[in-house]
Design a protein around this ligand. Structure first.
Ligand code: 2DE
Ligand code: MG
Ligand code: MG
Ligand code: MG
Length: 337
């Protein structure tokens, strides 16, 4: 793949950033920010020692290339085009924020596996997992400040509050309409992708029109991505996901498959309202989802958002990275994990 080398470099950079801090980032009162606590050191690097899907940085690094081809007057030597060092750093920041949110998510969801290994909360404890997530967010914030771009700093900082608000909406559901579901999905997943695509476009010096194209692409891809995550919770296994499957109903969550099923089986409304909390609710809801067209309708909703994402990409001039982004967008719906 075009960005494999970039991704390997990024993972090395993240582990270095996490353990050694950011060099040259001002004189800190407490001295160098190199990590000294051995346990924090291993927890903080824990998931980065493995290869996750790294889909967010892959998107950003391909987008950076596609945009610099779009912006260049003479796009003849396309293969020489590389993401800039600030764009590389942005990809790092995004993977760190994403991972921090998952470390906290696994505490909230009480999940015992992640990326095929025991989760941090399960291996260590909830307390240490919370601190680990906070630590990663702090490192990501310092790294963000080194980009010295106020607009990008504002966008990416707002993403963090969006993640929290999305998670909050999910825990304290205020109704179960599709509008609420899509809003929650934007906040907990699509905001990070949309705003990091927007930031990548800003950092490539694109004009407003191209910046908005990149944003729309990220937003629709992000919505599709989480809708498929919610679908896979029903259709996939813990083994193939590398994280617990069939848990969303038990967590009280009414995701797209259930919301579609409730249009065919109105009796699901009662179960949704009480968050599948009575004995037998989870099994009954699952049975109705599979008896309905909820799964197929969810898949076609995700495909709709993927197609919108591809329409945005088609507004960019043809190039190898653009076409790889189109392929990647398709695989969001066909993926098994
Ligand atoms: C993934 O959803 C959740 C993403 C947002 C989590 C945000 C939190 C707020 P899932 P899976 C926890 C705190 C944010 C920080 C620290 C930046 O469906 O299926 O639970 O992978 O994901 O468990
Ligand atoms: Mg979860
Ligand atoms: Mg969750
Ligand atoms: Mg999920």
């Amino acid at each position: 793949k075009l960005v494999d080398q970039d991704l390997n470099q990024m993972t090395k950079n993240i582990i270095d950033t996490v353990t050694n801090g950011i060099s040259g980032s001002g004189e800190h009162a407490g001295g160098p920010s190199k990590l000294t606590h051995p346990v924090l050191k291993s927890i903080a690097a824990y998931y980065f020692d493995l290869k996750g899907k790294r889909i967010r940085p892959t998107i950003l690094l391909l987008l950076a290339r596609a945009l610099s081809i779009a912006n260049s007057a003479n796009p003849a030597n396309q293969s020489a085009i590389q993401p800039s060092s600030v764009q590389m750093r942005l990809a790092e920041i995004v993977e760190m924020i994403h991972t921090a949110s998952l470390v906290h998510d696994d505490v909230i969801d009480d999940a015992d596996t992640r990326r095929d290994v025991p989760s941090i909360n399960h291996t260590y404890s909830n307390k240490l997992a919370i601190l680990c997530g906070d630590f990663l967010l702090s490192r990501a914030s310092v790294l963000l400040s080194t980009l010295k771009n106020h607009e990008v700093t504002e966008l990416m900082s707002t993403v963090i509050s969006d993640l929290v608000e999305g998670e909050f909406m999910q825990i304290k559901a205020s109704g179960s309409s599709f509008d609420i579901y899509i809003r929650k999905t934007y906040l907990k997943t699509a905001s990070l992708i949309a705003n990091s695509c927007r930031s990548t476009a800003i950092l490539s010096g694109s004009d407003r029109q191209v910046i908005d194209i990149a944003t729309d692409f990220g937003k629709n891809l992000g919505l599709a991505f989480q809708i498929v995550d919610d679908l896979l919770d029903f259709t996939s296994s813990t083994e193939s996901l590398g994280k617990p499957a069939s848990v969303d109903l038990s967590l009280g969550l009414a995701t797209a498959p259930v919301l579609f099923a409730a249009q065919e089986f109105p009796e699901l409304e009662t179960l949704i309202e009480r968050k599948f909390s009575m004995p037998g609710d989870v099994d009954e809801a699952r049975r109705l989802v599979f008896q309905s067209n909820g799964i197929e309708k969810t898949r076609s909703l995700a495909i709709d958002y993927c197609n919108k994402a591809i329409q945005s990409l088609m507004l960019l001039p043809p190039s190898e990275p653009r076409d790889l982004l189109i392929t990647l967008t398709h695989t969001v719906v066909t993926r098994k994990r």
